[in-house]
Design a protein around this ligand. Structure first.
Ligand code: ZN
Length: 254
């Protein structure tokens, strides 16, 4: 589909260029298909749930419950606090860890697994230029992370969330090597990395959470940690929003 769109855009550009050389249309018109294709590619890369390049789970298969996901840990201060809250409230979640942090805090990785949560792959280093890496580099990254977590916990992650939710053709190519890996996006982004007021995070969830949502949080933020008890209490008060474990919806790929 993408190849057809690219090819179509290219031919429209060439046709427009010929017409503009003949003086039938202004040159700027010839570039419109190129601009449209570039915009589509940027949109598809930036929004994981566009599913333009990679199929991703962005919503629970049934509108029942919500899934809490925590990215970017483990953090030496906030992850233990978040684990304690989850333990006290008897809630299971998914932690999309960064390999570099997992290496520094293997005891937290073990604790996450021992307390019944699911560990997902969120890349080794979470590079800002992740979206510009070639496929072979992305393949190596997934392999290194999964080997590291297997070494610490004895279990290989089957969930993957790319840094920043970036998906593109090199990632699609890399993920072909990992047919058992589920790519997981989100439905509700709380923006807890920029919101400093815990009450504001609670408000975002109160206002926007719907049954079947996958909620994106970060276990490296003080405000998230402070907001979490109220977030869980709010979700649990409504049976259709109660937090559920990852195995509730993840079906093993054949
Ligand atoms: Zn992240």
């Amino acid at each position: 589909m993408i190849k057809v769109a690219l090819l179509g855009g290219f031919f429209l550009f060439i046709a427009g260029l010929c017409l503009s050389i003949l003086g039938l249309i202004p040159l700027i018109i010839a570039f419109i298909p190129v601009l449209i294709i570039i915009s589509l590619l940027i949109y598809g890369s930036a929004f994981i749930c566009s599913q333009m390049f990679v199929p991703a789970v962005c919503q629970l298969p049934r509108p029942e419950g919500t899934l809490l996901t925590f990215d970017d840990g483990p953090h030496p201060i906030y992850t233990p606090k978040i684990l304690a809250i989850l333990r006290e409230k008897n809630v299971k979640a998914v932690f999309f860890l960064i390999g570099r942090h997992a290496k520094q805090h293997p005891e937290l990785v073990k604790q996450i697994q021992q307390e019944g949560h699911t560990i997902g792959n969120h890349s080794m280093i979470h590079r800002w230029y992740y979206g510009f890496l070639p496929a072979w580099c992305l393949t190596q990254d997934v392999l290194q992370f999964n080997a590291l977590i297997s070494e610490i916990t004895g279990k290989e992650p089957t969930l993957f969330r790319p840094p920043y939710g970036v998906t593109n053709p090199p990632l699609a190519k890399a993920l072909k090597c990992f047919p058992r890996l589920h790519v997981v996006g989100w439905t509700l982004r709380t923006r807890d990395t920029v919101i400093r007021n815990p009450q504001r995070i609670v408000q975002v969830i109160r206002k926007r959470a719907k049954p079947g949502n996958i909620i994106l949080l970060h276990d490296r933020c003080a405000a998230t940690t402070e907001a979490l008890p109220k977030v869980i209490d709010y979700l649990r008060a409504d049976a259709s929003l109660r937090p559920v474990a990852a195995d509730f919806f993840i079906l093993e790929k054949p």
